[in-house]
Design a protein around this ligand. Structure first.
Ligand code: SF4
Ligand code: SF4
Length: 301
């Protein structure tokens, strides 16, 4: 054991590269490790949007930068499958997470600065400590859309995001200057039929979740998203569905019917989704399937 370890003093690291160089290295590393995009957010960008306890420096004291990585989940081929249920089980699990682990390890082992994955799953209640939507916007990787507030990247559209907090000084990226949504094709559709493609796929006034309006300037004037309804339509299997099924099974007096319920596909899938995904994230992608943003990237031979 080295003297440093014996004395409890951290191993010495050479001084890190200048922030500009370190930023370039980190971004290249993230893309090589499986990310499609990478940006750096200022931890203080959260100050006006997230309450105390939900800002990066609340989780990692002294946080100076938030590295954000986005990756496409399902491949173009999975999007093309005629069975829409294929997409959820066909995402790469999860390239953005893998890339962010590589980045965090590199920062700690090579530069000797703290780094950790930003917690994007709830540790209590329903709110995660860090919003990946805010992270993606603050890193200049996308903007909020009319489709369930999903953050759309100008090149890829829907992406899956992970982030890392670090005390290493890095160069922060600016926010995108232009909103990605609505696409100009959607503005034309809205002017013609009063709905954008995503609103038409899931209209709030016909049992769906989406509504909104586009102003004269071609920007979003108002947006409506029924999150509770979307959850019941999009998340058929998971913790909630198991809780509902459990209630019904407990209340069932007939032994044979209860046994049939316990052994049903529905309960089996609910348990499977909890065990494998922790919380099954979505089984509906219809508003994104019709979105023109990123479609070019999914067009292959
Ligand atoms: S995910 Fe499905 S249910 Fe939710 S808003 Fe989109 S189309 Fe509607
Ligand atoms: S289809 Fe996509 S770009 Fe068009 S309005 Fe909906 S989310 Fe925005």
């Amino acid at each position: 054991m080295s003297e440093e370890h014996q004395s409890g003093v951290a191993e010495a690291h050479p001084p890190p590269p200048a922030p500009e160089t370190a930023t370039e290295i980190i971004k290249a590393l993230a893309l090589k490790a499986g990310g499609d995009v990478c940006g750096i957010a200022d931890p203080h960008a959260w100050d006006d949007y997230a309450p105390e306890g939900y800002r990066p420096y609340d989780t990692l004291p002294g946080c100076k930068a938030v590295v954000v990585v986005g990756s496409r989940g399902p491949t173009a081929g999975a999007w093309r499958s005629p069975d829409s249920r294929i997409i959820e089980v066909n995402g790469y699990d999860f390239a953005n997470d893998r890339a962010i682990h590589v980045v965090a390890n590199h920062i700690e082992t090579q530069y000797g600065f703290y780094a950790m994955q930003a917690p994007s799953l709830p540790i209590g209640g329903h709110q995660p400590p860090t919003s990946m939507m805010l992270a993606a916007v603050f890193a200049g990787l996308g903007t909020r859309s009319l489709a369930a507030n999903i953050i759309l990247n100008p090149k890829y559209g829907l992406l899956y995001y992970s982030a890392a907090f670090t005390t290493l000084p890095l160069v922060h990226d600016p926010l995108l200057e232009q909103n990605v949504c609505p696409h100009k094709m959607c503005v034309a559709t809205y002017r013609s039929i009063g709905r954008t493609p995503c609103m038409a796929a899931c209209p709030a006034d016909e049992g769906g979740c989406l509504d909104g309006s586009i102003g004269e300037d071609g920007e979003i004037a108002s947006a409506y998203y029924n999150r509770e309804r979307c959850a019941t339509r999009a998340m058929n299997f998971g913790i909630n569905s198991f809780q509902n099924a459990l209630n019904e099974m407990i209340a069932e007096d007939d032994d044979d019917t209860r046994a049939m319920m316990v052994n049903s596909d529905f309960v089996g899938r609910s348990i499977g989704s909890m065990g494998y995904f922790k919380d099954s994230v979505a089984q509906c992608f219809e508003c994104m399937r019709v979105c023109p943003v990123g479609r070019a990237e999914r067009k292959l031979k």
